[in-house]
Design a protein around this ligand. Structure first.
Ligand SMILES: Nc1ncnc2c1ncn2[C@@H]1O[C@H](COP(=O)(O)OP(=O)(O)OP(=O)(O)O)[C@@H](O)[C@H]1O
Ligand SMILES: [Mg+2]
Length: 250
């Protein structure tokens, strides 16, 4: 098997007495779309935040493209962050910034100063998310789906090798959600990007995932293909897929 692009072993994280990650083992292969499923509060967002080094592991190992990032000092994380675009759960556009200023933000953070280059790359990113020419609008002028696409443009503007998506479908109607799925697949197919997607949207799993990882009890309890997910006998995963909490209805 090929070397994984992201290799996580024995990753643990706790907040006071709340043990959130209890030994995560997970590989993400170059050029694949991996979907992470799991219950609310189970640590999916916490897991994603370790990958660009926004959270430091308590223990365990995380390698990105062969580089161990646990224990790496802040300034050495720069090159890792450049490889990784992030679409955060909250979307988090700056309301007082235009679309162009929002999308340009990671470029400026990474020290790009050439205004013509910034404008060209913002225009290109907006074209990728099918919002060409929207540079001068403000987030408040846009629909929820358009705001998500601006957040996606911001995640890909630095041409990362990998994009992390935290709930890219949240709050969207199914058709708008499908359009996000098409964008995720296009990024993989046209630009060779590696995608790691956290979602609750099962229909999207079957549209976009090459592989699925199920997070439960602070561990990756199951990995497999979407076809294997349909057939799984894993009780916890079946209950999750069926949306069954096990509690009787009154
Ligand atoms: N910075 C933090 N400080 C303290 N506790 C935190 C912090 N971030 C997350 N947690 C806790 O870690 C646990 C996992 O949170 P996380 O946001 O990763 O869940 P999630 O799987 O993404 O859930 P959801 O599907 O609802 O987004 C929760 O109990 C949360 O309260
Ligand atoms: Mg989350």
């Amino acid at each position: 098997m090929a070397e994984p692009y992201i290799r996580i072993r024995g990753l643990t994280q706790r907040f006071w007495d709340n043990e959130v990650l209890c030994g995560i083992d997970l590989d993400v292969f170059r050029g694949e779309t991996l979907v992470i499923l799991g219950g609310s509060g189970g640590g999916k967002s916490v897991l994603l935040k370790h990958l660009p080094g926004l959270l430091q592991a308590q223990s365990g190992s995380i390698q990105i493209d062969g580089v161990e990032i646990t224990g790496l000092e802040e300034r050495k994380l720069g090159p890792i962050r450049k490889q990784m675009g992030v679409m955060f759960q909250a979307g988090a556009l700056f309301d007082s910034f235009t679309v162009a200023e929002n999308v340009a933000f990671p470029l400026r953070e990474n020290g790009v100063r050439d205004e013509a280059e910034i404008a060209a790359r913002v225009a290109e990113a907006l074209k990728i998310v099918r919002l060409p020419g929207q540079e001068e609008k403000f987030p408040s002028d846009l629909s929820g789906g358009m705001r998500k696409r601006v957040a996606l443009a911001r995640a890909v503007v630095g041409r990362p090798a990998c994009v992390l998506y935290d709930e890219p479908h949240a709050g969207l109607d199914p058709i708008t959600g499908d359009s996000i799925d098409h964008l995720i697949k296009d990024l993989q197919q046209d630009l060779g990007m590696t995608n790691v997607v956290v979602t609750h949207e099962l229909r999207s799993v079957f549209h976009i995932a090459d592989r699925v990882a199920f997070l439960d009890n602070g561990r990756v309890e199951w990995t497999g293909t979407p076809d294997e997910l349909r057939e799984t006998t894993h009780a916890g995963l079946r209950a999750f897929v069926a949306g069954d909490s096990g509690e009787p209805w009154k």
